[in-house]
Write a protein of this length. Sequence first.
Length: 295
Amino acid sequence: MSDTAAIETVATGVAPWFWPGIVLLALVAGYSVYRMAAIQGRSWVGMATAALFGAWVVLFWEILVRALEVPRVLLPAPSLVIGSIGDNAPKLWGDFVQTVGKAVLIGWALGCGLGFGVAVAIDRMPFLQRGLLPVASLTSAIPLVGVAPIAVMWFGFDWPSKAAVVVLMTFFPMLVSTLAGLQAAGKLERELMYSYAASYPRTLLALRLPAALPFIFGALKVNATLALIGAIVAEFFGSPTAGLGFRISTEAARMNMPLVWGAIVVAAVTGSVAYALLVALERRAAFWHPSVREG
């Protein structure tokens, strides 16, 4: 290496060919993703395209962080994050069980179930809309950082307080979506059920709930991510010695950023898997609906 090249390498921190190589690699990555997405008639193409795009992102992340010598406090390399996940797998598993297995699942089920039940009650007795809907709207406007400490004081430091926060966050989206879905049934179909003297429960089960399925599943998918976020943030305000939110806040204070990112990866993967499972369930439950067939 000549003296000029050596001086330039020291000044910039990378070799002169680094950025042209990155640009060339980016072109290769973009073309490969484009070609993968262009494959027709294969059910696995969407998932494979997303996986290929994610792999390229991780590769660029690793290369840039290593080459530019970014401090791990600011952004650790993916290899360090993966290594931290492997080294702390039992600890992260305990955090997963505490946050997802208890607070998220229970709070999500209770919040969605309560929102669905109230929506059906409002639809059956419209006068309730004047009293319940404004109160439900008020619950959606309560800031999470305000209600989380109160929930800790009411329900303690363990998972019930986090589940209570999740219930509060998931109740209103399910209520609004279910109400909109129950109104989605066609007027002609409703008049036909009325002409057959069908009771409200019969009309609800045979016509209105099937028409509302896409709306209900939309709320379930949105609430899956809201529940995870709510439980993690609630753990910042008080938690036992386990939980993804507890792990993130504790390890961030210790500057152990690879483990912090490891907990974030666990949460992100959990949310993605939950969303994918709900999409698959929706395809089976509402396969007949145009929105599902077109998707």
